[in-house]
Design a protein around this ligand. Sequence first.
Ligand code: KIV
Length: 273
Amino acid sequence: MSVHSSASIKRITTHILQEMKQRGEKISMLTAYDYSMAKIVDSAGIDIILVGDSASNVMAGHETTLPITLDQMIYHASSVVRAVKRSFIVVDIPFGSYQGNSSEALRSAIRIMKESGAHAVKVEGGAEIKESVVRILSAGVPVMGHLGLTPQSIYKFGTYTVRAKEDAEAAKLLEDAKILEECGCFAIVLEKIPAALAKKVAETVSIPVIGIGAGGDVDGQVLVMHDMLGITQEFKPRFLRQYADLQQVMTDAFKNYIQDVKSQDFPNESESY
Ligand code: KIV
């Protein structure tokens, strides 16, 4: 049945995502940051749209996710919400808006939910942010966790290489996943960790585990839209499958337009009044 027919549109919920895990149906998730792209990805039938703080990189051109602000995340999220009819929309709480202060975490989550109309928030970390996670959940806001390579901690890690290859870090990650599940998180993202560890986490916790660079034995996959569309050509990690070469397609279109303007081919008579 087409997801385009308005009568047939059934919104994805945390309950539906849980059922998908139980019956072994993989969950599809992509990032989006603006109205036009969100409309296309929602119509294509994606299950979850993540308004990621990767907007800091792909939309604003920053080197890391750290500079993006809560106001900027709310702006992106509300643009996405206006476009979407079916997908479940999750919004990253940005760096500095939830760590170390659970009251601020709650305030940030409530601002995102109230001002954007999104359906859930995502936070990075395990035991260290437990108090913030519990506080946000107590207000009825669904929380998605994020473990492994957590880009908001990039200056602690020092590199973007695979995380949790050593036993101690792998054990802590598994423990953190259990803590997030016990707190009541509805799902967890695992970024750039060994596939065997991701499989173990997905088998251990009952909530959906969505991977990015975490192998195929998890409950779903997420990619950054601009990377999978080939808009960000300079970023080509091993886990990324590029589904289009939009940089080439767009460059060709721009060059053709410039050529047509210069040669006075555009506009022609049928394109004029
Ligand atoms: O911000 C983001 O795009 C993310 C994904 C990489 C999971 O957190």
